[in-house]
Design a protein. Structure first.
Ligand SMILES: *Cc1c(COP(=O)(O)O)cnc(C)c1O
Length: 390
């Protein structure tokens, strides 16, 4: 797309018009009330397949209770950054739990997944280093790479031969090479080949950051994520997870060795220069982790339902991807995707039309995300409507 002209003001307006013409303009559409798997907007009841609140934890009584108690005890805000007076025992309790879940020595909280990725890359890489990332990696990694001034190299999506070729060709040009992947991809819902990536990382003497934004709470024992599930906790230097998706809260954390966490406390600018997460948010995140850690496999039923929906859509002749609770239906053009999304909404189902630049040109799709609060009837209903309108 290239950068739009930003000056004078008319060129900003012209940019918006152009986005309109290309069916790429982003707009907000507020909802009146959101519950897991459902929402009310414009007076209509809608089945919501667009949220990342996969386990419906945002409304769970224990999360709400702990959040309310934290407000009563500590008030609404944390008052300062962690390195000043904003650092509460609660933050440390959450970090201990997160590290335990991820099987690492220590963990560090960030105020969002976006800030975690930006802070990590800025802190861990510099001019003499390279970041080698999957082609479909989340935008926060791209932004972090820019801030780090490291060279950003991309390997083909989930393609370890492409990764090996880049490392073979370029490893010796750089001091450190940080490989970055998501364990469950946010737009394709598919799974990274973590074992082979770890093997290449060792072979070429690199480090590895795995973003488990969509795996935490869903995959592996106690929802620990795919790194733990594969028994790779010792191999992956930095395991990032968010509280904003399956855990029904807000914020993120990275699990790592103690020394690396101490290093990040001293260098990650998005950690140092931002106010600590509010006590209620931290308390709710603690309750969410405890909820997951009491369950051997919190994502099991959800993943089975997702597989069932994928089969129904495939049987209807649609191109469906993914191996997770995220189910992309590839429709091709932006225009068609928007139309299908709009028709589904008219029939009471909200999905997300995802268009370039978020996904490659010609690969526009409806992104469906499942939640444990969806009934089998609602899932069947969605499949029927999609069959109908495509
Ligand atoms: C959502 C997401 C993030 C950002 O997390 P937030 O907590 O929403 O800021 C980072 N990485 C991936 C892969 C994501 O899907």
């Amino acid at each position: 797309m290239g950068s739009p002209r930003t000056f004078p003001a008319e060129s900003r307006l012209a940019f918006l018009k152009e986005q309109d013409a290309r069916h790429l303009r982003r707009t907000l559409s507020p909802v009146t009330m959101r519950r897991p798997g459902h929402l009310t907007a414009g007076g209509e009841e809608i089945v919501d397949f667009s949220s990342n609140d996969y386990l419906g934890l945002s409304r769970h009584p224990s999360l709400r209770r702990r959040a309310l108690n934290a407000i009563k005890e500590h008030g609404s805000g944390s008052g300062a950054s962690r390195l000043m007076s904003g650092d509460l025992d609660l933050h440390h309790e959450l970090e201990r739990l997160f590290a335990e879940l991820k099987g690492k020595e220590a963990a560090l909280l960030f105020n969002s997944g976006y800030q975690a990725n930006v802070g990590l890359l800025q802190a861990l890489t510099g001019r003499r280093d390279a970041i080698v990332a999957d082609r479909l990696i989340h935008a926060s990694i791209i932004d972090g790479a820019m801030m780090s001034r490291a060279r950003l190299l991309r390997f083909n999506h989930n393609d370890t031969e492409s990764l090996a070729a880049i490392l073979g060709d370029k490893r010796s040009d750089f001091d450190n090479v940080l490989i970055v992947t998501e364990s469950v991809f946010s737009m394709d819902g598919d799974l990274a080949p973590l074992e082979e990536i770890c093997r290449l990382k060792d072979q070429f003497g690199c480090e590895l950051l795995v973003d488990e934004a969509h795996a935490t709470g869903i995959f592996g024992p106690e929802g620990a994520g795919r790194v733990e599930q594969a028994g790779l906790g010792d191999k992956v230097e930095f395991i990032m997870g968010t509280f904003s998706k399956a855990l029904g809260g807000f914020g993120a954390a990275v699990a790592a060795d103690r020394a690396d966490v101490d290093y990040l406390i001293n260098t990650a600018r998005s950690f140092i220069y931002s106010t600590a997460l509010p006590p209620s948010v931290v308390a709710s995140n603690i309750a969410a982790l405890k909820y997951c850690m009491q369950d051997k496999d919190p994502g099991k039923e959800l993943l089975a339902e997702a597989e069932r929906l994928r089969e129904m859509l495939q049987d209807a002749g649609l191109t469906v991807r993914g191996k997770s609770q995220i189910i992309p239906v590839i429709l091709g053009g932006s225009d068609r995707t928007l139309k299908v999304g709009r028709r589904l909404l008219q029939r009471g189902y909200r999905t997300v039309p995802v268009r370039p630049p978020t996904v490659p040109e010609g690969r526009a799709r409806l992104r469906i995300s499942l939640c444990t609060a969806h009934t089998a009837d609602e899932i069947n209903g969605l499949a029927e409507e999609i069959r109908d309108v495509t």
